[in-house]
Design a protein around this ligand. Structure first.
Ligand code: ZN
Length: 418
C-alpha cells in the first residue's frame, strides 16, 4: 500500500535537503560506498550471534563503530552497543538501531557465498543489512561533514528475535527516557516504511492434577481434561478484525499413558494485536478461561485436585500511530524526493514496538537490496542498487533532527520531565 505524502512542510524540508550541495555529496558517497557496505555486511553475517549469544558480534560491531565520529561509545549492561553523533544545539534526540541477533544457533555454517551476483548466507539480510547500513550512514555523515541539530544515537541492540522478547531495546528505552524518536533498520525494499507494530503476548500454561489409574481412580480430575476445557472456550473467543487481533494455542502436551488420569498438561498460547488495548483485553479473557478450565474440571468431580499456573513468557507491546505522524511523513517524503515510491506492508514486530508503545514516534525502515529466505538457511541478498535504502534513511534522519543552519528539526521534543 502506497503512503501518501500530505504534509507540505515536510516535503519542503526534504526538497531543500536533497538540493543542498553537502547533502548531495553525502548521497553520492552512499552510492559509491555500496560495495564496501556489502562487504562489511558479509563480514558481520559470518560472526555467530544467536539471541542471548551476541557478545562476539557485538564486540566486532563496537570496534567498527569506533573512529566514525561517535561520542560516548558504549556497551551497556545487556549488550547493546551504541554511540552518540552530537548535534550542534538544542534539538530532538533520535535513535537509529539495527539488531545484532539472528535466529541461527551458534554452530550454524554462516560464511556467505556469492553466486551470480547474489549473496547467500543465513542472516545476510536479517539483520546484517541493517547493521552495515548504520555504518555506511555514519561514513556518509563524516564524509560530507553534515552538522545535525539534535543528537543521533547510532547502534545495535541485542535480543530482537524470538524469545529475546526485545530485551535490548527495552533496556535502552529505560536508559533513555528523553528519546524523541526511534528508527529501526531491517531488511526491506527501498521505500518501505512500517509505522504500526504488532504486539504479542505469550503464555506457558501448566495444569497439575492428582493423576492415577484410569479405571481404579476414576472420579479424580484430569489435568488434560482441564486443559481441554480451557482450549475449547479459548477457541470460541470473538476478537476484532480491526484492529486485527488473533489468538492460538500453538503447542499442547501432557499425560503419561492411555490408561492414566493425566497428572500434568501444558500449552503455549500466542496472542497478537496492533492495539495495546485489544491485546490486554484478550489477555485478561484468556487468563480467565485458563482458570475456568481448571475450575470446571474440579466442579465436575467436586474436588479441588487440579491447579493451574499461567506464566507470561513473551511480551512485545503493540503500538499504533497515524500515517500523518511527522516521522512517517518524513520517511515517506525522503523516498519521494529521491524518486522512490514510499509504501507500507502493514504492521510488523520489530525493535520499534517498544518505543512506540511508550509514546515515542517510531518507524521501521527498509535498508534496500532485494532479499529472500529470511530466518532460513537459504537466506539471500541482492546488492544491486541497494544504496537507495541508506539514501532515504539519511534524508529521513537529517530532516527529523534538523540540518544545522539549513532546516529546523521536524521531530518535536517530547514534553517530559528531564
Ligand atoms: Zn530483523
Amino acid at each position: 500500500m502506497k503512503i501518501p505524502v500530505t504534509n507540505q512542510d515536510v516535503l519542503e524540508v526534504m526538497s531543500l535537503l536533497v538540493s543542498d550541495p553537502q547533502v548531495a555529496s553525502a548521497l553520492r558517497f552512499l552510492e559509491g560506498d555500496n560495495e564496501n557496505t556489502v562487504r562489511q555486511q558479509m563480514e558481520i553475517a559470518a560472526i555467530p550471534a544467536p539471541t542471548f549469544g551476541e557478545e562476539k558480534r557485538g564486540e566486532f560491531y563496537l570496534s567498527r563503530l569506533g573512529g566514525l565520529g561517535l561520542d560516548q561509545l558504549t556497551r551497556d549492561a545487556v549488550g547493546n552497543v551504541y554511540g552518540i553523533w552530537r548535534g550542534t544545539g538544542q534539538g530532538p534526540t533520535l535513535a537509529v538501531f539495527a539488531h545484532l541477533d539472528t535466529v541461527f544457533p551458534v554452530d550454524t555454517l554462516l560464511a556467505p557465498q556469492i553466486v551470480d551476483g547474489k549473496i547467500h548466507g543465513p542472516g545476510i539480510a536479517d539483520n546484517s543489512r541493517g547493521l552495515a547500513t548504520v555504518l555506511t550512514l555514519l561514513r556518509a555523515f563524516s564524509h560530507a561533514e553534515l552538522a545535525a541539530t539534535g543528537d543521533i544515537i547510532f547502534g545495535a541492540t541485542v535480543c530482537e528475535e524470538g524469545l529475546g522478547d526485545l530485551r535490548g531495546v527495552k533496556a535502552f528505552c529505560q536508559d533513555f527516557p528523553e528519546l524523541d524518536g526511534f528508527i529501526a533498520l531491517e531488511p526491506g525494499l527501498h521505500g518501505l516504511v512500517t509505522y504500526e507494530c504488532t504486539g504479542s503476548t505469550r503464555y506457558r500454561v501448566k495444569y497439575n492434577g492428582p493423576g492415577g489409574h484410569s479405571f481404579n481412580d476414576f472420579g479424580q480430575p484430569s489435568a488434560v481434561h482441564a486443559l481441554g476445557r480451557s482450549i475449547a472456550q479459548i477457541a470460541d473467543l470473538q476478537v476484532p478484525s480491526d484492529p486485527k487481533t488473533t489468538f492460538t494455542v500453538g503447542v499442547v502436551q501432557g499425560g503419561r499413558s492411555v490408561n492414566s488420569l493425566a497428572a500434568e498438561a501444558e500449552m503455549l498460547v500466542d496472542l497478537r494485536s496492533t492495539s495495546a488495548q485489544s491485546l490486554s483485553e484478550l489477555e485478561a479473557e484468556v487468563v480467565r478461561l485458563v482458570q475456568k478450565g481448571a475450575e470446571d474440571e474440579n466442579g465436575r468431580w467436586e474436588t479441588d485436585g487440579v491447579t493451574v499456573t499461567a506464566e507470561r513468557v513473551g511480551n512485545r507491546p503493540a503500538g499504533r500511530q497515524s500515517v500523518d505522524q511527522v516521522i512517517v511523513q518524513t520517511a515517506a517524503a525522503a523516498g519521494k524526493v529521491l524518486g522512490i515510491t514510499p509504501f507500507t506492508q502493514g504492521p510488523k514486530g520489530t525493535d520499534a514496538n517498544v518505543p512506540l508503545s511508550l509514546g515515542v514516534p517510531s518507524v521501521t525502515l527498509g535498508c534496500a537490496g532485494a532479499f529472500g529466505g529470511v530466518h532460513s538457511l537459504q537466506e539471500w541478498f541482492d546488492p544491486h542498487n541497494a544504496f537507495f535504502g541508506p539514501q532515504q534513511i539519511l534524508l529521513t534522519i537529517l530532516g527529523l533532527v534538523g540540518y544545522a543552519g539549513h532546516s529546523k528539526p521536524l521531530l518535536k521534543e517530547r514534553m517530559i520531565d528531564r
